[in-house]
Design a protein around this ligand. Sequence first.
Ligand code: UDP
Length: 332
Amino acid sequence: MADGGRYLVTGGAGYVGSHAVLALADRGDAVTVLDDLSLGHARAVPDGVTLVRGSLADAAVVERVLSDGPWDGVLHFAALSLVGDSMVRPMHYFMANTGLGIRLIDACIRHGVRRFVLSSTAALFGRPGEQVITEDAPVEPGSPYGESKAMLERALLWADRIHGMRSACLRYFNAAGADPRGRAGEDHTPETHLIPLVIDAALGRRAAVAINGGDYDTPDGTCIRDYVHVSDLASAHLLALEQLDARSVTYNLGSGHGHSVLEVIRSVERVSGRPVPHRIGARRPGDPSRLVAMSERLRRETGWAPRFERLDEIVATALAWREAHPQGYGDR
Ligand code: UDP
């Protein structure tokens, strides 16, 4: 599958980005990461990969890196990604994600980039009650975060129509787990994501997990999400890139299985063999009750098949990384 290509990865020191970098490097591609390390970690960038420390807000850096082409593709991960945070400072999300994203797209067009991959999100779908979400479901974001990515998807549509820059919009559902070889994992400061928080509670590193609402319209009253292994997300990027020789694509990217917050807690208890103290707290604004992907289009068109199908397997890789890295990357 190696195409001996050269790829630029923005946000390649972050959680999903670093796993995509590993996938590219593992197959022999040359990779340059552009990351300001505000959220990412230099230690998440593997040996042999060039790390340029710089912000997308710094137009000169973006120009300099893109001038160092030709690039066989640009994978754009650098973004803010917290639903709750975006409900507090919406304009900040539009400036950071949409504004800087469009500047990057414009620079890529000027530098002749032909293939662009966008980290998009299930947060595009805010309407409650959808059973399994296909690519044709209406885009109705429930938060500024989702909206900030929806606007980038629209910009990329026009970048293709008018400039012929092909793109893949990959709408991740809930990225989870860690590199099965232990080379990268999830480390946010502060941590807000469910699985690492629940694991830390199991390991006695934090107090009880607060469940964000127990009165949703779901069987056990807690929100349902589709947890997909981060290395399976990474492999989907490589397959999506291949599609771009023919046309632009949009894929929903999840396991197709929904798990409630309580089911995640039970999974961590099973895998770790330890109890997870938890209590029901208030709802988190912007949270849809249920987000589960229909990823048939991706499977059919690219042959993608997740390596980690079961929640317990995903949790096991996350637990192994957290146990081996009690301080995460140890740089905060
Ligand atoms: N969640 C929770 N307690 C926490 C963190 C998260 O109940 O301490 C819930 C959250 O409201 C959502 C699900 O767990 O329903 C997954 O949240 P996460 O922040 O991991 O991902 P998101 O779905 O926001 O992308």
